[in-house]
Every structure is written in structure tokens, then in C-alpha cells.
Ligand binder design. Structure first.
Ligand code: CP3
Length: 369
């Protein structure tokens, strides 16, 4: 299938994900195609956010922006889309409110909500509902011309449940906690349903051309759960995805792809995540690189992360210091580390400061020597 696309010229990310020794650490950042880039605003213009996601030429153009700006420094592209396309495919309405974030006009209010029965009963035709994502992936794989691999992603079941029942971002998690702690059985069914849609979605992304790429599962709200609740409401569904994606890919005649899990805030779960079939564990900045590396090495897992995104608002000296702490903690960067931030890059970062971050990683890992 790979022959449909130009040959990959930079496979540093894939070799690192497989645990091989490498000449330097690969690097990219979460949300690298986003609002801190002036060219993002130029292309997006007045278009609605989800309209951008649904228009393959726009999604492709946005995906390529950081690849062009940071050519020679950046080692992966991530397809421009959003984790909330899955709730949309499951029949829920989601809009992006400017400067506020995602909004569900009709969140799932409880197991008695007729919408819940509809969501559960719906046989989601992933290829039909999310065909626009797969088209964007195929187009982007061609336009990348083998420069770097393309990462496909989805939201994790727990994080998606939060959005589907809260209706948007939240500080209290009142609805999500009510669901899992009052309606445990219905929550389990919903989490499982989401996990099944995620597997099919990721598999179809690989078919569409993320092959020779990677997959990342974002559990952005994992840190809202206690260690015990994480084991109950997040981990089983993350595991379902990583155990079943390879099976589904093989049914579709595709090779397995490396998989990353990013459970933000779940520092306590590092060892549990190392025991799963994910190849790469993403870390936020609450982890000490050296301590995390010591654990991951015991399980031969690769780590990804984990600079505080906020350091990019700081001085070059501060950026250098954070890079130094990562490079020494993550074993020098020749094995088991994908350099990244500990979460998405934030608006108002000066793109030249991200360039400096990348250059520092090159410099401090002795790239080119
Ligand atoms: C929780 C979550 C969402 N979306 C996503 C997550 C998981 C990662 C994380 O925790 O950050 C994932 C995501 N969203 C976006 C990407 C694109 C690929 C990339 O460059 O990383 C990815 C990987 C584009 C986006 N998704 C969004 C934007 C900004 C849209 C805009 O205003 O132009 C982009 C570029 C909007 C979005 N989408 C979401 C929120 C909460 C928001 C609003 C808040 C914010 O803007 O930071 C849901």
C-alpha cells in the first residue's frame, strides 16, 4: 500500500518509536499547526474551525505550514483536525465558539436522555461520516512528498465522554463525575462505544495514508481522575484501542503502526501505561525526565515530551535550561526519546522562539556531529 505515496525520506520518528538507536532525537510539537502562526490566521481567514477540518485542501495546507516554516528541524506532521470529530460522527452537534472553544448545544444529560439511546444505538459509518478526514490525510501524504511521517490521532474515550456530557471545557467536571460515579454502567457502555469508534477511525486513517506514520491517542483530561478511577474509567479503554487497532489493521490488509498514548496529568499511571501495547508514552511537564526515563527504560518504551509549553514565553536562557534538563534526563537523546512539549503550543508564542527550542535540541544533542 505504501507505494501509493512518495517514499519516506525522514523516518527518525518511526525508528525512535520502535526503540532503535538514532543519530539525534526526532522532534515535533503538539498543536504545531495553530494560532501562534501568522500563516494559520491567513489561511483560516473567517472560516469556521470545523469547516477548515472538513475541507481537505485547507486541512492539508494548515498541516504543512509548520513543516515548511521549520524545514530541516521538524520530524513529523500531524494532520489538522480535532478530537471532537468523533462525537460529531456519533450524531452530536459540536460548534467551535471563537475565543471560547468547543461547544455542544445539546450535551448528554444522563442515561435517560433520549439522545443517549440514539448515540448508543447508532451504527457509526466511520468511512461515510469522517470521509473528509481520510481525504485530507491522503492529500497531505502526497503533498508531504516523503519529507516527514504523518501522525494521525484521536481523543481517548474518557476525554471524549467529558466533552460529550459537559458540552465543552469545564473546571468542575460536575457532569462527567456525575456520569461515572452515579451512572457507572451507562458510562462504561458509552466509553466502550467511543473506544470502538476510535479503533475504526484510526484504522481508516492508516488506510487513507497515515501508514508509515504514527497514531496518537490524546487523553487530555486524564489528570482529573484519581489513580483508582483512571484504572476504572480511562485505562481499560485506552488499552482496548491499542490492543484492537493492530487486529483491525490486519483485517484491512495493513501493517501495524507505532502508537502513542498521551494521558495528560496521569503521572501516577506511567508504569501502567508502560505495561500496555502502546509504543510511546507522552509525558506532560509534571514529570521529571530522568525519573520517567528510568521507568520507561525498564519496559523498553519510548517517551515523548515534555517541556512546559509556557517556557516558550520565556527567555532563551530559560528555553536552553529546559532543553538541557530534558536531554540529560532522557539519556542524551539517542534512544527512547521524542522531543516535544508537555502539551500543545499555546497562542501568542513567537514562532522564532519555537525555532530556537528546536535548534537548542539539535545543538545540545550534538546533531550533525
Ligand atoms: C482537548 C482537545 C481538543 N482538540 C484536541 C485536543 C487534544 C489535545 C489537547 O489536549 O490539546 C486535538 C487537536 N486539535 C487540533 C489539533 C491539530 C493538530 C496539531 O497541530 O496538533 C489537535 C491534535 C487543532 C485545533 N483545535 C482547536 C484549535 C484552535 C481553533 C482556532 O481558534 O483557530 C486548533 C488549531 C480548538 C479546540 N479543540 C479542542 C479545544 C479544547 C479547543 C479550543 C481551545 C484551544 O483553542 O486551545 C478540543
Amino acid at each position: 500500500m505504501g507505494s501509493r505515496f512518495p517514499e519516506l525520506r525522514n523516518d527518525l520518528l518511526l525508528r525512535t518509536a520502535r526503540g532503535e538507536k538514532v543519530e539525534r532525537p526526532p522532534m515535533w510539537v503538539m498543536r504545531q499547526a495553530g494560532r501562534y502562526l501568522p500563516e494559520y490566521h491567513e489561511v483560516k481567514g473567517n472560516r469556521d474551525f470545523f469547516e477548515c477540518c472538513r475541507t481537505p485542501s485547507v486541512a492539508c495546507a494548515l498541516t504543512l505550514q509548520p513543516i515548511e516554516r521549520y524545514a530541516g528541524l521538524i520530524d513529523a506532521a500531524i494532520i489538522f483536525s480535532d478530537i471532537l470529530v468523533i462525537p460529531q460522527a456519533m450524531g452530536m452537534e459540536v460548534v467551535m465558539v471563537d475565543k471560547k472553544g468547543p461547544h455542544f448545544p445539546h450535551p448528554l444529560t444522563g442515561p435517560e436522555d433520549p439522545q443517549f439511546a440514539r448515540v448508543m444505538a447508532r451504527d457509526v459509518d466511520v468511512r461515510a461520516e469522517l470521509g473528509y478526514v481520510f481525504e485530507a490525510v491522503t492529500l497531505t501524504r502526497r503533498r508531504l512528498e516523503g519529507r516527514v511521517p504523518l501522525i494521525g490521532f484521536c481523543g481517548a474515550p474518557w476525554t471524549l465522554l467529558c466533552y460529550m456530557v459537559e458540552g465543552g471545557g469545564t473546571k468542575l467536571f460536575k457532569e462527567a463525575k456525575t456520569w461515572v460515579f452515579k451512572h457507572g454502567e451507562a458510562s462504561g457502555k458509552l466509553l466502550q462505544k467511543i473506544a470502538e469508534v476510535c479503533v475504526e477511525y484510526l484504522a481508516q486513517k492508516v488506510v487513507a495514508g497515515a501508514q508509515v506514520g504514527m497514531i496518537q491517542v490524546f487523553d487530555s483530561w486524564a489528570g482529573e481522575l484519581s489513580p483508582a478511577s483512571f484504572k476504572q474509567f480511562a485505562l481499560p479503554y485506552l488499552t482496548y484501542i491499542s490492543d484492537n487497532l493492530p487486529r483491525r489493521l490486519s483485517e484491512l490488509g495493513e501493517q501495524p503502526v507505532p502508537m502513542t498514548v498521551f494521558a495528560k496529568g496521569a503521572w501516577y499511571a506511567l508504569e501502567d501505561l508502560c505495561k500496555t501495547t502502546y509504543d510511546v508514552i507522552g509525558l506532560d511537564w509534571l514529570h521529571d525526565p530522568a525519573q520517567a526515563y528510568e521507568v520507561a527504560q525498564r519496559y523498553s518504551k519510548t517517551l515523548q515530551g515534555n517541556a512546559d509549553p509556557g517556557v516558550l514565553y520565556g527567555s532563551h536562557e530559560s528555553i536552553s535550561a529546559v532543553v538541557e534538563n530534558m536531554v540529560s534526563g532522557f539519556g542524551g537523546g539517542r534512544q527512547g526519546w521524542i522531543a516535544n512539549l508537555g502539551h500543545g503550543i499555546t497562542p501568542f508564542v513567537n514562532p522564532d522562539d519555537l525555532k530556537f527550542f528546536f535548534e537548542e535540541i539539535h545543538r545540545q544533542t550534538g546533531a550533525g556531529r
